[in-house]
Design a protein around this ligand. Structure first.
Ligand code: PHE
Length: 463
């Protein structure tokens, strides 16, 4: 069967940026900056995203494009193009890891995107009724209700499925064309608004001026431990933010034709993803600082602190609604990509139609989210160690299984098929690749990325 392809390069960039830009940028990035010393985290993140993230993303997109098929068959197909035969185990292990991550991450992601949808509706209510419905207890009320959270989660699943059923071009690409520019405009508007708020300088200074001590450069000399910790946190965030860890990048790459200049497209994707993270920081941090709160609060920063800040500002109800729409849109386009990873695999391997695959995945997603919520709201006594399933699965996928998949795929790319991957990057490129680029790319896939992934993996294991 002929492989479907994206309608245009811009469509591909917007859809892939849509996958990358998600809860990771708007919800997670600002509190990571907050709890990791501000500007130095931003600087480290920047270095990680450009020095390694970009090259890995480029390699994975090229891997997908060279394969032009699903992830299970992709390993063997690309090896064959390199005149090699590999054990089918590569494909099955890679596919199984990817599918596991799709199921678990979507289960967790839907809980959070459900909260954002609830806040969008509440925020809309506030704006139009003039009554403030979001107060300090709203979040704890929502997160203790199994039924409410499941309801909002299922609504998000229905919306995602409706888009996915329409397919790659008519569903994902078309919607990204509308939603992504909308997201950028909203983001810019909010960042400017906050910029002119009295007292915003403190937050901006915190975000942009590195505090070298937090990077390990203390008056007593250089502290390697502090530096390494910061580096690993930033690297992990870069992998997550660039949607690595479940074959999503591979699949989006497999819908590319040889005509697209991959390097320029990847630069745009990494650029947009980083830009949105910085803008989110420019919205959240100054707002929080201006009202004397601490930014290092973790997940509740967006759902508890920010609404309180907004409720004290003039015009705050407009900003609040905008912020949650932003979060929802960003998360929705990411969830769509996570779904596509699973759907494309199910269609190919189970030989079923797109509609059946979407419905099957949505059904599984509802069950898994239901179980996670039952544990999270203590409706059922389901724990993993000392943690409820929401926190446990979030940590398990974020720290282990997603990194494991990236490591697995990178080892394959570097040691088995690097020649074909590097050749594929040149397809459609306007300029010839320099010798230096080819060397750096191969070296990254073979040594730098696996080494960093391994250290990341082992260090979290011992923490
Ligand atoms: N990149 C997304 C975010 O920042 C998360 C994601 C990870 C999406 C992996 C798809 C695959 O929220």
């Amino acid at each position: 069967m002929k492989r479907i392809h994206w309608g245009s390069k811009l469509g591909f960039i917007l859809a892939t940026a849509g996958s990358a830009i998600g809860l990771g940028n708007i919800w997670r990035f600002p509190y990571l900056v907050g709890s990791n010393g501000g500007g130095c985290f931003l600087l480290m993140y920047f270095l990680c995203a450009i020095g390694l993230g970009y090259f890995l993303l480029l390699g994975k997109l090229a891997f997908g494009r060279a394969a032009q098929t699903n992830i299970v068959d992709g390993f063997a197909v690309v090896a064959q193009k390199n005149n090699k035969t590999v054990s089918p185990l590569w494909g099955w292990i890679g596919g199984a890891l990817a599918m596991l991550n799709v199921l678990l991450v979507s289960g967790v992601y839907v809980v959070v995107i459900g909260w954002t949808l609830a806040y969008v509706i509440l925020g809309g209510h506030c704006l139009f009724s003039g009554v403030n419905l979001i107060h300090s207890q709203t979040f704890s009320q929502l997160t203790s209700s199994f039924g409410m959270q499941l309801f909002w989660g299922i609504l998000c699943i229905v919306i995602t499925s409706a888009v996915l059923i329409r397919g790659v071009k008519k569903g994902i690409e078309r919607l990204s064309f509308i939603l992504m520019p909308f997201l950028f405009v909203l983001l810019l508007f909010m960042a400017l608004w906050i910029f002119f708020l009295p007292g915003s300088e403190r937050g901006l200074t915190f975000l942009f001026v590195p505090n070298w001590e937090a990077m390990g450069f203390t008056t007593n000399g250089f502290d390697v431990g502090v530096f390494a910790d910061l580096f690993l946190t930033a690297m992990g965030q870069a992998f997550y933010s660039l949607s690595m860890g479940m074959g999503v990048v591979f699949i989006y790459g497999s819908y590319l034709s040889d005509k697209t200049d991959l390097k320029s497209a990847t630069k745009w994707i990494v650029g947009l993803d980083t830009f949105v993270a910085i803008m989110a920081g420019m919205i959240v941090l100054p707002a929080v600082f201006a009202f004397g709160l601490t930014p290092a609060e973790g997940p509740s920063l967006s759902f508890v602190s920010l609404p309180m800040v907004f409720s004290q500002m003039s015009g705050g109800s407009v900003l609040m609604l905008m912020f949650f729409i932003l979060l929802f849109v960003a998360a929705l386009t990411s969830l769509m990509s996570i779904y596509e990873g699973g759907v494309s695999l199910m269609m190919d391997k189970l030989k079923i139609s797109r509609v059946k695959a979407v419905l099957g995945l949505a059904g599984a997603n509802i069950v898994i989210t239901g179980i996670i919520l039952a544990s999270f709201t203590k409706k059922m006594n389901l724990m993993m160690g000392k943690q409820d399933l929401f926190s446990a699965l979030d940590a398990l996928t974020g720290k282990y299984t997603m990194l494991l998949f990236v490591l697995f795929a990178t080892l394959f790319m570097g040691w088995v098929v690097s020649t074909d991957i590097i050749r594929n990057i040149s397809q459609g490129a306007i300029k010839q690749q320099s010798k230096f680029f080819k060397r750096y790319m191969r070296f990254t896939l073979r040594f730098i990325a696996p080494a960093i992934l391994l250290v990341l993996f082992v260090s979290t294991l011992f923490k």
